[in-house]
Design a protein around this ligand. Structure first.
Ligand code: NAD
Ligand code: ZN
Length: 370
């Protein structure tokens, strides 16, 4: 039977359901939590042929009426205003009202776009997440952040909108390209490091099997990742704390965002690949600052390598300029008053924010690593 993780965020509680074959049973799972049997599905053109027929059958079996099936082109470029507008217009033209649920079937792009559409259409429609990438199952479908990008930067326009239920079906991961699966796993490893020795050791023991397709390991990782993220988010729903709470979920991301941006979005490093390298760098920086054991960076790096991921900047096919990476990090939104802010570790389960890391220290780390 599927596992259910109850989470309380926003005004209501809802369940994250994790298991196998949930799309087939979507109608029975959704009926008790939705105000009507009217739905629209938003998905992307890659996911639609793979998983929409199963979801559609599961919903129709329980008497749901699918008012519209909206497929956007796959990729980050779909998280924009013109796409949002066309999704909204198609939903409403199909007769969607305030009791019609918006179902996001896809990765984080579809979840963020459809969730934002659901948040703003008629000031809020019921929303359901059916995440089909590991990243979406362990990260973007939890926490209620939705939104789109501007030319000025990613996720600059958005809203908090919690779903009525999340269905994480392990069967959908079987069609995911292995590189996407591994990249999503970086966020699992991040959650392991944030959670503590128990989940981190579990990752070290099962991560490689997980990225090689072990569905039981995937389900465990999704459940434990969602438990960790939901607990962190519950303490700081709107990211009001600059130091604790949701900010800690940025472990590995100051380095990661800089690498991702330098590699050129799309065609370069996947977000998760950059975050994986960022986790190793965050551990290395923590060790250099005397905050964690000298062993931790090596543990992180060997684990990523065991999972088939690039683990260090020097593993990458091209060189990265230290000055360019430093420039990117200074522009990071986490930077305040010129000092570099990093989430650091005293050990697994002991993350904290340091707002006063000397830039020279970061620079010499990057020089030694590159
Ligand atoms: P994505 O949605 O672009 O999916 C990655 C690729 O996999 C796409 O090409 C997609 O078509 C394909 N795909 C999806 N599911 C598939 C399946 N089951 N089989 C085969 N192919 C499949 O990317 P993502 O990594 O899932 O999400 C990234 C997005 O998530 C970014 O826009 C990021 O900003 C956002 N995000 C949001 C939050 C949040 O809290 N809301 C958190 C983290 C990331
Ligand atoms: Zn991330």
């Amino acid at each position: 039977p599927p596992a259910r993780l109850p989470v309380t965020l926003g005004e209501r509680s809802y369940d994250i359901v994790v298991g196998e074959g949930l799309l087939e049973r979507a109608g029975a799972l959704l009926a008790p939590v939705l105000p009507s049997r009217r739905i629209v599905v938003v998905t992307d053109e890659t996911v639609a042929p793979l998983h929409l027929p199963t979801l559609r059958a599961g919903l129709e079996e329980a008497g749901f009426a699918m008012l519209a099936e909206i497929s956007v082109p796959p990729g980050e470029a779909s998280k924009d205003f013109s796409r949002l507008q066309s999704v909204l217009e198609r939903m409403l033209a199909a007769g969607a009202d305030r009791w019609t649920a918006v179902i996001a079937l896809g990765g984080g792009v579809v979840g963020d776009l459809a969730g934002f559409a659901a948040a703003v259409a008629m000031r809020g429609m019921p929303f359901v997440q059916v995440p089909t990438t590991l990243l979406a199952q362990v990260d973007s479908s939890v926490g209620g952040k939705t939104g789109v990008n501007l030319a000025l930067g990613k996720n600059l326009v958005g809203a908090f909108h919690q779903p009525r239920i999340v269905l994480a079906d392990m069967a959908t991961l079987r069609t995911l390209p292995p590189r996407e699966l591994r990249a999503g796993y970086a966020e699992v490893a991040k959650h392991g490091l944030l959670s503590g020795e128990t989940l981190w050791r579990w990752c070290e023991g099962h991560g490689a099997a997980l990225v090689n397709g072990d569905a039981a390991a995937q389900a465990h990782a999704v459940l434990e990742s969602c438990r960790l993220k939901a607990a962190v988010v519950a303490g700081d729903e709107r990211e009001e704390s600059a130091e604790g709470g949701r900010a800690l979920l940025n472990l590995g991301h100051t380095f990661g965002h800089a690498l991702e941006a330098e590699s050129g979005y799309g065609g370069g490093l996947l977000h998760g690949e950059a975050v994986g390298i960022g986790l190793g760098l965050a551990a290395a920086l923590s060790a250099r600052l005397g905050q964690c054991s000298q062993e931790l960076p090596g543990r992180v790096i060997s684990h990523l390598e065991a999972c088939g991921m690039p683990a260090r900047i020097r593993d990458l096919p091209r060189r990265y300029s230290v000055a360019a990476l430093m420039g990117r990090m200074r522009k990071d939104k986490k930077v305040r008053d010129g000092a570099l802010r990093f989430v650091l570790l005293r050990g697994p389960g002991e993350a904290f924010t340091a707002g006063d890391v000397p830039p020279a220290m970061v620079e010499s780390l990057l020089r030694d690593e590159g």
